[in-house]
Design a protein around this ligand. Structure first.
Ligand SMILES: Nc1ncnc2c1ncn2[C@@H]1O[C@H](COP(=O)(O)OP(=O)(O)OP(=O)(O)O)[C@@H](O)[C@H]1O
Ligand SMILES: [Mg+2]
Length: 360
């Protein structure tokens, strides 16, 4: 039996079993697996395991930040939640409907309700289209036929992202805008369909520091005013703290820890989350959301075998258990869940029973 370091936090059975959200979540990702086949040369093929059994849920109007280092599978998870990438295993449910295998042609309703804001505002906008046409395009695709209605909605989206006067900004080309303004166009393009769910994939990482806070404030305001649910993808715990209700920490395609933002940042349980929190830089007025490498990166996509993916880097690993047995995500009270053998409920019962028998 593994000595539970967090024994004082021992959950009740109800907490261990309780779903993270009340009611049906808007977005439910259930045991998602994604394996990519890569081609190296003509005949050599490799497999990259981008996600290995991720379960996550986002309620209406809620923001879940997905945090993890490069290659941990954040973008893949966001894309799977939008059915822009197909999972090799698991289930994607939106508003109670299982959409895992729905053909793209039948997903028009979903495309109107779920949108993405891209990381790179420089390459994600067609440079030869005017801003108003870029924002109008989704409405044309949706078959909104009245030009007057389309412009009203385009103007509303431009005003929502503070690109005013809308007529003047609408007439510009992306090349005539700053990085922050371009990202506002990307946000307006997502908003114009009045979605219920938006994936924001590192929306501020490529724009200048002075615009970052403004964009995060804008997104947070939209979340509050419109009740949009967000999956916010970030390297950075500081922006996650600012922006999210809950945080899920990904490491090599698996959730290490998940829970309310305050709990995960103020009382991180997993040794990996503790390392991330310890590495958050002090606020720097010139560059508030500056990135810093946390711990040396494991080879992204490498196969962690059957044990905990963090085993080889973990200062608190338990040889014989952590290298062999995959920890389960187990509730630790207050909605916080952790996949780590140091905590009760993470070690599968069969392993515990086996260890107990062996010790007798
Ligand atoms: N289309 C693809 N084909 C092959 N491998 C892929 C593909 N997309 C992602 N991967 C691999 O899957 C793993 C997870 O990638 P993903 O882009 O989801 O990570 P990420 O956490 O978003 O990283 P970053 O912070 O660098 O954006 C990586 O090893 C990546 O190389
Ligand atoms: Mg990414």
């Amino acid at each position: 039996m593994v000595e539970p370091a967090g024994a004082h936090l021992a959950p009740t059975v109800a907490e261990t079993l309780a779903p993270p959200l009340e009611g049906t979540p808007l977005v439910a990702l259930d045991d998602i697996h994604v394996t990519f086949t890569t081609h190296r040369g003509l005949f050599r093929r490799g497999q990259v395991r981008a996600l290995a059994g991720v379960t996550a849920a986002i309620g209406r109007g809620e923001t879940l930040s997905v945090v993890g280092e490069s290659g941990s599978g954040k973008t893949t998870l966001g894309r799977v939640s939008l059915r822009l990438a197909d999972p090799t295993g698991g289930r994607v449910t939106f508003d109670g409907r299982d959409i895992t295998r729905d053909p793209q042609g039948s997903l028009a309703w979903f495309r109107q309700r779920a949108q993405i804001i891209f990381q790179d505002p420089f390459s994600s906008l067609n440079p030869s289209m005017r801003v108003r046409d870029l924002i109008e395009e989704p409405l044309v695709i949706d078959g909104v036929s009245r030009g007057g209605e389309r412009w009203d909605r385009v103007r509303g989206a431009l005003e929502a992202v503070d690109l005013v006067p809308a007529v003047r900004f609408g007439a510009r080309y992306p090349g005539q805008l700053s990085g922050g303004q371009r990202q506002r166009v990307g946000i307006a393009r997502a908003l114009v369909r009045e979605p219920d769910y938006i994936v924001a994939d590192e929306p501020v990482s490529m724009i200048d520091a002075s615009s970052r806070i403004e964009i995060l404030q804008l997104l947070r305001g939209l979340q509050a005013q419109r009740g949009v649910a967000f999956m916010s993808i970030t390297h950075d715990l500081a922006s996650a703290r600012y922006f999210s209700d809950r945080i899920a920490v990904l490491y090599l395609g698996q959730v290490m820890e998940e829970g309310p933002t305050g709990a995960v940042i103020d009382r991180p349980l997993h040794p990996y989350t503790r390392a991330l929190v310890a590495a958050v830089p002090e606020p720097d007025p010139a560059n508030r959301f500056r990135r810093r490498a946390v711990v040396p990166a494991e080879r992204a996509g490498s196969d962690p075998g059957t044990g905990c993916p963090f085993f080889s880097r973990c200062p608190e690993r338990i040889p014989g258990t952590c290298d062999r047995v995959r920890p389960l995500l187990a509730g630790q009270g207050g909605g916080q869940r952790v996949a780590c053998h140091l905590y009760p409920g993470s070690t599968p019962a069969t392993v515990d029973a086996g260890a107990d028998r062996a010790s007798h």
